[in-house]
Design a protein around this ligand. Sequence first.
Ligand code: SAH
Ligand code: SF4
Length: 346
Amino acid sequence: MPDDIRSLTEEQIKERFAVLGYPSFRCKQVMQWLDNGCASFEEMTNLPLAMRQELAREFVIPGVTVLRRLESQLDETVKYLFGLPDGETVESVLMHYHHGWSQCLSTQVGCRMGCSFCATGMGGLSRNLSAAEMLSQIETAQRDRGIRVSSVVLMGMGEPLDNYDQVLQFLKMLARPGGVNIGMRHVSLSTCGLVDGIYRLMEEKLQLTLSVSLHAPNNDIRSRLMPVNRRWPVEELLKACREYIRATGRRISFEYAMIDGVNDSDACAAELASCLKGMLCHVNLIPANEVRGKDHKRSTQARLKRFQQILEQNGLNVTVRRTLGADISASCGQLRRQEREEDQTP
Ligand code: SAH
Ligand code: SF4
C-alpha cells in the first residue's frame, strides 16, 4: 500500500526522500505543491519525470472533493458534503463572523457515541478520518470560495478524542507556516466527555479551547441523552475538567443543547450553576436542532432566556449560540443522512 503523503510531517517526508536518494530541496518543492492543493504528482512539473513516477508509486495524495454545496440565503454560511476516496462522505460548514471565516470540521465518518439527539450518531461509526483528510476539508473549502479560513472548530461529524492520534497529527500540521497556518489559539475541540482523552490532551498543553458537551447537570438526565455518561459520569467528567483547567490555565467551554422539557427547567439551571461554581469556564447554550427520526424539540425562546438568566445570576459566563445557516440545516450529520436515504430510494 502506498503511504498517504499528506499525513506525514515535513521531517518524515524528508527522511523518506533521503532513503529514495532525493536531496532535501525536493521535499520543499513537493510541500509547496501540496500546500497549494495539488492533487497529483503528475502536476508537479518542476520535478524530473522519473521522480514524479516514483513518488506516484510510493505515495498517494488523498483529499476530499465537493459533492454538494448548500449556500444559505440568510447569511454567508456554506455547508459542504465532501466525498472521500473510498466513497464515504462527511459534512463541513463554513461560517462568516466579523473576525473572518470559521470552519466546522469532521473528524470521523459517523460516530459510535450514540447521543440520543444527534444525527451523526444514528448510523454508528464507519471509520476514522486521517489527519490529511481533516486538513483537506480546509484546503478544499478555501479553494472553492477563494477565502482564507482563520479559525476551526472540531464540531462536525465524529468524536475527536475517539480518533486521538490522527486529530493530534492534524493539529500539528495545521499550524505549519506556508500551509494552512492556523494557530492553536484559533482552534476549538469539542468532546462528548471521553475522560481518558481529556487527561491525554491535558499533557500536550496545547493553547486550543476545549469544549465539553455537557447537556445535563446530573447523571440521571445525562445518561439518558449520552451513553458515554455511563462510562464516565458527570462527577468524573467535571473532575477531569477542573484538572485540565489547572494544568493548562485555559478556560473550558461547556456546550448545553436546550431540549424542550428534558434539560431546560429552572431546577436544571440551578443544578448546573452549582456544578460549575468557581470553575474557569463559559457556558454556551445551543437551541437544539430538531432531527428527522428523533422526537426531541427545541426549547422555547422564553425558556432559553430564563435558563440563561439563572446561570448569570449565579455568576456564570453565558452565551447563546447564533443559529447560522438555519435554512440549510447547518448542523452536521443531517445532510449525509439525507443523501444516503435518497441513494437508497429506488
Ligand atoms: N462529538 C463531539 C463533537 C461533534 S458534535 C461532541 O459531541 O462534542 C458537536 C456539538 O453538536 C456537540 O456539542 C453536540 O452535542 C452538538 N449536537 C449534536 N446534535 C445536536 C442537535 N441535534 N442539536 C444541538 N446540538 C447538537
Ligand atoms: Fe458523536 Fe458528538 Fe454526535 Fe454524540 S454528539 S453522537 S459524540 S458526534
